[in-house]
Design a binder for this molecule. Sequence first.
Ligand code: CP
Ligand code: NVA
Length: 298
Amino acid sequence: MKHFINLDDLSNKDLNQIIDNAIVLKKEHKLGQINNTLENKTLAMIFDKASTRTRVSFEAGMAQLGGHALFLSDRDIQIGRGEPTVDTAIVIGSMVDAIMMRVSSHDDIVTFSKNADVPIINALSDESHPCQLLADMMTYKERKGNIQDKTVAWIGDGNNMCHTYMQAASVFGFTLNIATPVGYEPEKSFIDKYQDCINLYTDATLACESADLVVTDVWASMGQEEEQVKRELAFSNFQVDKALMANANADASFMHCLPAHRGEEVSADVIDGKQSLVWNEAENRLHAQKALLLYLLN
Ligand code: CP
Ligand code: NVA
């Protein structure tokens, strides 16, 4: 049985197969073709954090494939009242065909994978966000071609999205320049593991030089709201604006997993400008995850 807990759980070959299938599924969906491959299958979706894209794309994706998705917020299920994670995993795993989880603790996702008898999908943890990278890599392939040997600049926080870009650099074979303020670097275990494909900077301008793709994310992730003011100060030189983009290649693209804060991590003229791929990126969550579900469940 396969899980999707970290992007590099899967090989380059399997990830590219999923992305190629996602591109086909997208075309078929736009042509109105019906695909009931997941008829009678149920996906449980456990959330202890907010979501727009992840929830809508998984729920719509299951419906489009003839299956069903169950939205389970921690406010509604007993896990929020202290039922042990292991017990919850065993019970839900005995009733559904796959479980998608957006939870604060990455360890809870690993616990589910050891105790539930079905594929587990990480839909964002404190450590990583592999579903987003499937969509980002699909978007790059569709719009720009092969990302292998390209240079990607990550600007901002060394957070869960940054970690997943490090994993993507390793498995897709690109160079990742990471620019963060001092004290906001990625986790040391990630730096050690992915050191061969990353370069660390404290100067966003240097990180963007020769970049084919510039990526950023919010300065304060979910759960860090009380650090907002402190982070605004720390990250003030890390806004992706036109001046910063001018250091990247002339045909460089911009990506952001969304939700975005215009005027903080990105200027409005960049995210709403010609180099931005953010709307394709968001839409592709739907198609990439449908291909992922087919890969895990078929
Ligand atoms: N990018 C992303 O995961 O968006 P949501 O938080 O809206 O799901
Ligand atoms: N780093 C952000 C990503 C949101 C999709 C967070 O964890 O809140």
